[in-house]
Design a protein around this ligand. Structure first.
Ligand SMILES: [Zn+2]
Length: 259
């Protein structure tokens, strides 16, 4: 993520990070909206900023995580602020159009990184939970309602939280929280058939899949049976069912919940 430092922010924090606060920029959906918003934060006279701005194809960081952005009074000291291109008045269909799909993908990437780095659960907090000091994800609207220090209602009542949080969980390999990462062994190639991939990495994957309850031989030969297991596993986890153990499929064998 490139950094375009915002003009207004506090260096450091007075409270540990506990919240990810989602905003809509109230700014048109263009491929360059994140860059435009960041450029505005860098020079404007109005005292406002955010940690990151996202549009359909990129994210621009404006304030470092360890510093305090000025975006949602009441939720600034312990929050990470994310601005999304678009308007709070948008309908669900408008949030989920082609532009929105790109935007939610970019947003999910940032949020997953924050959840992992700061151990924040992938959970949209209720207002009661927000008030009680729980860790999680919230909106500017809920910060306004709970702390009563602003009247903003972004990102709006039709914002597709279910879709966004689903994408964040997928980014985190199906985990529901940003708790300690499991140790995933390294694999520098794809396992496929035909022709048969052979080696210790195949054995490592087969052993792991056996542990998860799949029926296959731990012989170090990636065969048609392994490709079938792989395809079934990919379907179960919402991955592209290719029968090829690529990086995501490999990782999911260790990180995805066993169902
Ligand atoms: Zn806002």
């Amino acid at each position: 993520m490139k950094l375009v430092q915002a003009r207004w922010y506090h260096q450091g924090r007075i409270s540990p990070i506990r919240l990810i606060v989602v905003h809509s920029m109230e700014w048109v959906e263009r491929p360059t909206t994140a860059e435009e918003c960041a450029a505005m934060f860098a020079r404007m006279n109005r005292q406002a900023s955010a940690h990151a701005c996202a549009d359909s194809n990129s994210v621009v960081r404006c304030v470092r995580d360890q510093d305090t952005a000025w975006a949602a009074p009441g939720g600034n000291a312990d929050g990470l602020q994310l601005e999304l291109a678009g308007f709070a008045r948008q309908t669900r269909a408008e949030w989920l159009d082609d532009y929105g799909q790109g935007l939610l993908g970019q947003a999910a990437g940032v949020i997953a990184g924050w959840c992992r780095a700061h151990k924040i659960p992938v959970k949209k907090l209720s207002r009661a939970e927000l008030r009680a000091g729980k860790r999680g994800i919230t909106s500017h609207a809920d910060i306004s309602a709970v702390y009563k220090r602003s009247d903003h209602s972004d990102p709006g009542t039709a914002f597709p939280w279910d879709v966004l949080l689903g994408r964040v969980r997928a980014e985190l390999g199906g985990k529901d929280d940003g708790q300690a990462d499991v140790d995933v062994p390294e694999c520098k190639r794809r396992l496929s058939w035909p022709p048969t991939t052979k080696g210790d990495d195949v054995r490592t994957w087969q052993r792991q899949m056996r542990k998860r309850g799949w029926r296959l031989d731990v012989d170090g030969w990636y065969s048609g049976v392994d490709a079938e297991v792989c395809t079934a596993f990919q379907k179960e986890k919402g991955l592209l069912p290719t029968g090829v153990v690529d990086e995501r499929t490999w990782r999911a064998a260790w990180t995805a919940p066993i169902t």
